[in-house]
Design a protein around this ligand. Structure first.
Ligand code: KIV
Ligand code: ZN
Length: 514
């Protein structure tokens, strides 16, 4: 059996997508869950890209022990040095250096000749070897590169010490059969290919990232770059959960290969990413969507009840989808609450954190009869969110109706002061968000607003996600409450706090001349 190495780039390519940015602490939280999931390599960021990325690679290097930690670096000494420095504390480290090899990228983006690109690639790999033996080289836009040149580049970088050569379909242009053929051709035409692992990195512009990655595996690739929920630049990257489950479920087809992913951690990892980034996955998303294991049609239900395999190719438990349980109510005590937290896997909470959560749980249980696991997780996430909150909601009041002008008053805590403002708008949410903007003195452009219920029943907690453009910087935020206006205000404030955190880092960089 040959292992397919799972290289997770959620924290690098995934995080690059607008609305998916994460703070350093959020990246660390995510990295720890990725380690639990059993990914072989965690690409924690692009150390030279920003101070935040450097810090994230460094912190993940300090915290993660079982997965290899990786930083991206352009084929430049300065980038590679930064990557090496950020990765210093890592138990296992990898530098992933890249340069584009397609005619269009070399001519218009790099303004370099193919010979110069080849020389730079070799030099970068050699230089990266000063920091670690584990060097991966990517030929950006490999799929649109000229074959003979691509073979030469791969041969030369392997000679220079690259242990992995990565074949990106940077623009998501490939069709599975062609992409598989490219991998087979690389195997047959790069003379020293047996000294390196062939890796692939597929984008999803035509919805084929997973199919292309699997076709590559079938043709000899032994590493796949992927992201949780398929997030990433533009239409995203290959979804890790889909690649892994396809290899597992169809082991008859993918004979002789396996991954070391602990598939029971898939659902939890997907949910954590949604919570951290404030994103949702579509209900019909394979493996982790809400409907992925739901059987609505009577004929399907009947089939599944009499013999599960009639309509099910895998079990919800295989990917860790929990059975939603009514766990607690307003009479539940602290002991029951703590026990449930532990059952949900939150074993590292301090007594003080549990106390705070318990107070919030009691307040929630007063509002809604039944408290579900999802409700508890929302509380945990809110309480333990790593975002600093320069702005907080203290109070709100809204009047609305079909015969009056919706008006909202909010009391906001900002920079040590409490500010009360009132505004009117098209509806209760519009007026509430306008009042918040007045109070914080910033106005943003709401680009997206979505709401969904976290559990069942009319009293379910609502989860609101907003994407807001503040001063040209697109930031997402989320909020949960049994009251959708409160959830909307919290989501908007969360987006502002994230924007504020980003802006503070930028301003510091400018003042320090970085
Ligand atoms: O899409 C791409 O080509 C990349 C490389 C840096 C691997 O993200
Ligand atoms: Zn990419």
């Amino acid at each position: 059996m040959e292992k397919v190495i799972i290289f997770d780039t959620t924290l690098r390519d995934g995080e690059q997508a607008p609305g998916f940015s994460m703070t350093v602490e959020e990246k660390v939280t995510m990295a720890k869950q990725l380690e639990k999931l059993g990914v072989d390599v965690i690409e924690a960021g692009f150390a030279a890209a920003s101070e935040g990325d450097f810090e994230a690679v460094r912190r993940v290097s300090e915290e993660v022990r079982n997965s290899t930690v990786c930083s991206l670096a352009r084929a430049l000494h300065s980038d590679i040095e930064k990557a090496g420095e950020a990765l210093e504390p890592a138990e296992r480290k990898r530098i992933h250096t890249f340069i584009a090899t397609s005619p269009i990228h070399m001519k218009y983006k790099l303004k370099m000749t193919p010979e110069e690109v080849l020389e730079r690639a070799v030099d970068a790999v050699r230089f990266a070897r000063n920091f670690t033996d584990d060097v991966e080289f990517s030929a950006e836009d490999a799929f649109r590169s000229e074959r003979e040149f691509l073979y030469r580049v791969f041969e030369a970088v392997i000679e220079a010490g690259a242990k992995t050569i990565n074949v990106p379909d940077t623009v998501g242009y490939a069709i599975p059969e062609e992409f598989g053929q490219l991998i087979a051709d690389i195997k047959n035409n790069v003379p020293n290919i047996d000294k390196a692992v062939i890796s692939v990195h597929c984008h999803n512009d035509l919805g084929l990232a997973v199919a292309n990655s699997l076709s590559a595996v079938k043709n000899g690739a032994r590493q796949v770059h992927a992201t949780i929920n398929g997030i990433g630049e533009r239409a995203g990257n290959a979804a890790l959960e889909e690649v892994v489950m396809a290899i597992k479920v169809r082991h008859d087809y993918f004979k002789g290969v396996y991954t070391e992913i602990n598939t029971k951690e898939i659902y939890k990892t997907s949910r954590l990413l949604c919570r951290i980034t404030g994103s949702f996955v579509q209900p019909n998303k394979a493996i982790v969507g809400d409907n992925a294991f739901a059987h609505e049609a009577g004929i399907h239900q009947h089939g599944v009840l009499s013999h599960r395999e009639t309509y099910e190719i895998m079990r919800a438990e295989d990917v860790g989808v929990p059975e939603s349980k009514i766990v607690l109510g307003k009479h539940s005590g602290r002991h029951a609450f703590k026990t449930r937290l532990q059952e949900l896997g939150y074993t590292n909470l301090s007594e003080e954190e549990i106390d705070k959560l318990f107070v919030k749980f009691k307040a929630l249980a007063d509002k809604k009869k039944e408290v579900f696991d999802e409700d508890i997780e929302a509380l945990i996430f809110e309480e333990l969110s790593n975002i600093e909150s320069p702005v907080e909601l203290r109070y709100f009041h809204v009047t609305s109706g079909d015969k009056l002008i919706p008006t909202a008053t909010v009391k906001i805590y900002k920079e040590g002061e409490e500010v009360i403002k009132t505004a009117y708008g098209d509806g209760p949410i519009d007026s509430a968000l306008k009042a918040v903007e007045k109070a914080i003195g910033v106005s943003g452009r709401l680009k997206d607003f979505s709401i969904r219920s976290l559990t069942y029943g009319k009293d379910a907690m609502g989860e609101v996600r907003v994407v807001v453009d503040f001063e040209g910087s697109v930031t997402s935020g989320k909020g949960t409450s049994t009251d959708i206006i409160e959830a909307s205000i919290k989501a908007y404030i969360d987006a502002y706090n994230r924007f504020f955190a980003k802006k503070t880092v930028m301003e510091r960089k400018i003042s320090e001349g970085i």
